[in-house]
Ligand binder design. Structure first.
Ligand code: ADP
Ligand code: ADP
Length: 225
């Protein structure tokens, strides 16, 4: 599971076209980047997949099911933003448990899931820390854990390393790549950083002015088909 199909998505804000005829098939377990300059439509595309924006036309399928008009919380997707917005008064474990508590999942099940996901992002030792007691990189890993705790087949990442400094970005880049190999989830990764996209992706969709201009494996990105 975790296959996504975008069929001719269009989105306008007023008279400006943000996303123009975007079509893309993403295989289960694939790591795909949406790469392009600021304003090229990457975030709008991702937000339509997440359900925070509705396309004017076109379709979004998740495992052959039409989710185009499903509200965000009914889609099986984890979303990670640049500003990870952890709750400052909650520990790491409480932050991660929070969305499950909101859905009234039984306590024992919550514990099991929180432990499992902490282990996956190598944060078990920091479970009782508060956000201000951790580095930016560690906080971002908590945000990733919180998105994964539902065990969604797909993770959507919007410039997740954008707020971090250069050294930490390199480090987290490798961690996310390793995590992708370990958990086998589909990952859709928005970035304007070409090096990042080249280093992490199975395929890169290059966006410009709302359109996908090219979809290639990293090694073929400079070759025109
Ligand atoms: P990117 O993520 O590549 O930077 P966006 O998807 O954020 O691009 O934006 C694409 C275009 O849509 C830009 O011209 C942007 O100004 C416009 N846009 C995005 N969101 C909104 C919005 N909520 N209201 C008006 N215009 C928007
Ligand atoms: P860990 O080493 O436990 O995975 P981090 O992911 O937070 O922890 O840190 C990764 C690397 O970045 C380490 O080498 C650490 O020294 C460094 N680092 C941590 N926090 C910062 C920061 N705020 N600014 C710059 N470098 C940092």
């Amino acid at each position: 599971t975790g296959g996504i199909v975008l069929r001719s998505l269009h989105k306008r804000y007023g008279r400006a076209t943000a996303v123009d005829s975007v079509s893309l098939s993403i295989s289960p377990g694939e790591f795909i980047s949406l790469l392009g300059p600021s304003g090229s439509g990457k975030t709008t595309t991702l937000m339509m997949i997440a359900g925070f924006e509705t396309p004017d036309s076109g379709q979004i399928l998740l495992d052959d099911k039409d989710i185009t008009r499903l509200p965000p919380h009914r889609r099986e997707l984890g979303v990670i933003f640049q500003n990870y917005a952890l709750f400052p008064h909650m520990t790491v474990a409480e932050n991660i448990a929070y969305p499950l508590r909101m859905r009234r999942m039984p306590k024992a099940e919550i514990e099991t899931r929180v432990h499992r996901v902490l282990d996956q992002v190598h944060l078990s030792a920091l479970a009782s820390r508060y956000p201000h007691q951790m580095s930016g990189g560690q906080q971002q890993r908590v945000a990733i854990a919180r998105a994964m705790v539902f065990e969604p087949p797909v993770l959507l990442l919007d410039e997740p390393l954008g707020a971090l400094d250069r050294k930490l970005r390199q480090h987290l880049r490798n961690e996310i790549k390793t995590l992708h190999k370990e958990v086998g989830k589909t990952m859709i990764y928005v970035t304007h950083d070409q090096d990042e996209a080249l280093a992490m992706s199975d395929r890169i969709a290059v966006m410009h002015e709302g359109r996908i201009r090219q979809v290639s494996a990293p090694q073929d990105i400079y070759r025109r088909p």
